[in-house]
Design a binder for this molecule. Structure first.
Ligand SMILES: Nc1ncnc2c1ncn2[C@@H]1O[C@H](COP(=O)(O)OP(=O)(O)O)[C@@H](O)[C@H]1O
Ligand SMILES: [Mg+2]
Length: 385
């Protein structure tokens, strides 16, 4: 999905334009209040188009376009201003601005200019990553289901631990912000959490963020969920995106566990993800739930190929076989995990089953899923090479 960053000190302008752009172009919009803030955000997010609003002076807009707009893979810049002299237009084109448009009443021209800019941006690969993205960046995967109790946390913890055991630098993020239980499943004490990380948001960089991670014996690093459900509020979408952007710079893999919801936090995770693993169990309600939520994601403009299916407790043949689930949901099944009482036992012990009973069928299936996740990175590398 495309990302537009709107830069203007006038919150009203940003809000009105944001609503129009989100409705008319289907892009997601972020607002920042100044060029300084924009520069900061650009290190963390990679927008397709940047809109500079009328409160930005022409000289500052041109200077920004010259310094930022000429970088490799930079977003195209649309400047909304009431000072549309031919002189400014000429200088704007030379500075690399894509378009200069007047702030008319309805912002019709602005929307058209942004749409044209979006239509012409660099091609995106099937998994939604910019094709020119540096290969050294880590991969982000989200474990997703809008239904609770299907095994999201079991799967994300075990896959993350298995990736770490493969020697890959892995960070697990508990984005079940209100009721996250990664800490319990991995027996970690929440001395530092994502709440503390975003409290220091203004100064946060990759190094500082690593100080908020909790190490697990396997080598995995974990960004735990807030201890108090009410603290989830300060963990806003733009902060989540920024945190994930920083983590992807330092890790080979970022695995995200999510709440049973399709809320802003989950969408922020999906936005940042190279692959989304949707978890279904073998019952009609769960299959229908996954089908509906994937349809919803498609409506929102997410790439169909972004999602893979993981069937948990695949051997409890209540309704149908995995092949039928695959056809019904229209996404490929990449793992079928058996039901095993070793899983609740490992949850109670606070030791993931891939470590607690590595020879068991369920642990092997989870380790195989981790290898599939790891292979995604190799594929991405070789497709760019
Ligand atoms: N493959 C499995 N076999 C047996 N029990 C499982 C399996 N996967 C998950 N469970 C059990 O289901 C419960 C819910 O799993 P959890 O990962 O917390 O779900 P979610 O995060 O989707 O809400 C856990 O307590 C776990 O013991
Ligand atoms: Mg959970």
């Amino acid at each position: 999905m495309s990302l537009v960053v709107i830069v203007d000190s006038d919150a009203g302008f940003c809000r009105r334009l944001r609503v129009l752009l989100e409705n008319d172009t289907g892009a997601r919009c972020d607002e920042v209040r100044s060029l300084a803030e924009a520069r900061e955000a650009l290190g963390l997010r990679h927008p397709d188009t940047i809109v500079l609003g009328p409160t930005i002076a022409p000289a500052a807009a041109l200077e920004f376009a010259e310094s930022y707009g000429t970088q490799d893979g930079a977003a195209s810049i649309v400047y909304v201003t009431n000072e549309t002299s031919t002189d400014l237009l000429r200088r704007a084109m030379r500075a690399g601005l894509r378009d200069v448009v007047p702030a008319d009443q309805e912002y019709g021209e602005v929307v058209r200019a942004v749409q044209a800019a979006l239509d012409s941006v660099r091609p995106r690969s099937a998994e939604g990553v910019a094709v020119q993205a540096p290969v050294s960046r880590g991969r982000v995967v989200t474990v997703f289901s809008t239904k609770g109790g299907v095994g999201k946390t079991v799967i994300s913890c075990n896959v993350a631990v298995a990736l770490a055991e493969l020697g890959l630098k892995t960070v697990l993020v508990d984005l079940d912000l209100q009721f996250g239980d990664v800490g319990i499943m991995l027996d970690l004490t929440p001395d530092r959490t994502i709440f503390d990380a975003v409290q220091s948001f203004d100064r946060l960089d990759a190094e500082m963020l690593s100080g908020f991670l909790t190490p697990h014996a396997s080598g995995l690093q974990v960004l735990l969920a807030p201890v108090h459900p009410e603290d989830a509020e300060v963990v806003t979408v733009s902060r989540i995106s920024a945190v994930l952007g920083l983590l992807r710079e330092v890790a080979d893999f970022v695995v995200i566990d999510t709440a049973a919801a399709l809320d802003d936090a989950v969408l922020a995770a999906i936005d940042s993800s190279d692959t989304v693993y949707a978890v279904a169990t073998m019952d009609v309600a769960s299959i229908k739930n996954v089908r509906v939520s994937l349809q919803k994601l498609a409506q929102m403009g997410y790439d169909h190929d972004l999602t893979k299916l993981v069937i948990n407790r695949a051997d409890s043949k209540v309704w149908l076989d995995p092949g039928e689930a695959e056809r019904s949901i229209d996404a490929p099944v990449v793992a079928e995990l058996p039901s095993d009482r070793l899983v609740p036992r490992s949850v109670n012990r606070g030791v993931p089953v891939v470590l607690d009973a590595p020879k068991s069928g369920v642990a092997r299936a989870l380790a195989a899923l981790a290898k599939t996740v790891a292979a995604g990175r190799e594929e991405a590398k070789s497709s760019v090479a």
